[in-house]
Design a protein around this ligand. Structure first.
Ligand SMILES: [Zn+2]
Length: 284
């Protein structure tokens, strides 16, 4: 089986559903965070760090945070002796009328239990992150970006390279060939598409966690603010660097809108390397 990475429109089906009350997690009183932190600062790229490296670091960090939330829905419930998210309670990977599908061996979209979907996503993301041809830097050590930059080991431009005959009329960009995100740090041309795919799948996991498990267990064990904190950081980075589209955020849009209204998230046009938008330090 493989990943169904098509856009949401053709990988999800709208189930017939009666109008229902908005979930609790779309209410302002439950939109709080565990920190008063400034998420713009957390996400903003340090000046000297190349953007590809920074995004690789962010993706690994975002996955680490998501993994902690996923672990919470995998805890075995003593009453049922089953994990909280199991095929009985979550027979499909669903969130707010969206059902995400996986591709079978014939590339046909199939519905599988949420926990199976999440396990496959985790395996797929870990495979990507640990693949040196996709993530060529040591993204596991803290502060790798600055250290790698300082050592010059990831800046091929600082190393003398043999160049072919030059023509003074040829622009420098043409001599170096095509440009892409992370090229100067050694990331492959597919890097941007890869991290966007990773982001899309992580978004689906968050959507299922909220829509399937906000009450049990996050509300019941008083961990919903931790969940909000991980999710707002995820959305902030995704919006700042254009890693995620509006359509993908749709199942969680009302909560995102609440945070936007409070100035906790950047408006869509913000750029990653600049710190725009109001400082959100006063909100809780
Ligand atoms: Zn579930």
């Amino acid at each position: 089986m493989s990943l169904d990475n098509q856009s949401n429109s053709d990988s999800q089906s709208l189930q017939s559903q009666a109008p229902r009350k908005p979930p609790f997690f779309f209410r302002e009183e439950y939109s709080g965070l565990i920190v008063k932190g400034n998420f713009m600062t957390l996400a903003a790229k340090p000046k000297l760090v190349e953007e590809g490296e920074w995004l690789a670091h962010q993706v690994v960090e975002q996955y680490r945070l998501l993994e902690q939330m996923i672990d919470i829905i995998k805890v075995v419930d003593e009453r049922t002796s089953k994990p909280i998210c199991n095929p009985d309670v979550c027979p499909t990977m669903s969130a707010s009328g969206h059902t995400y599908t996986w591709l079978d061996n014939q590339k046909k979209p199939i519905k599988i239990p949420a926990i199976q979907y999440i396990n496959l996503v985790q395996k797929w993301i870990v495979g990507k992150i640990n693949d040196p041809t996709i993530f060529p830097t040591d993204t596991t050590s803290p502060g790798f970006s600055a250290a790698a930059y300082a050592s010059g080991s990831l800046t091929p431009s600082s190393t003398p390279l043999p160049v072919g005959p030059t023509n003074l009329n040829t622009p420098l960009s043409a001599l170096s060939g095509r440009e892409w995100l992370g090229k100067s740090s050694g990331f492959p041309e597919t890097f941007e598409a890869d991290i966007k795919s990773i982001y899309r799948q992580m978004m689906r996991c968050y959507a299922h966690i909220y829509h399937g498990h906000w009450l049990e267990p996050f509300w019941n064990v008083n961990a919903y603010k931790e969940l909000n904190t991980c999710f707002i950081h995820f959305i902030n980075v995704g919006k700042l660097f254009g890693l995620i589209g509006d359509k993908e955020m749709e199942p969680m849009q009302p909560l995102i809108d609440l945070w936007l209204a409070k100035g906790l998230l950047p408006q869509a046009e913000a750029q990653g390397s600049t710190q725009q938008g109001p400082a959100p330090g006063t909100a809780t």
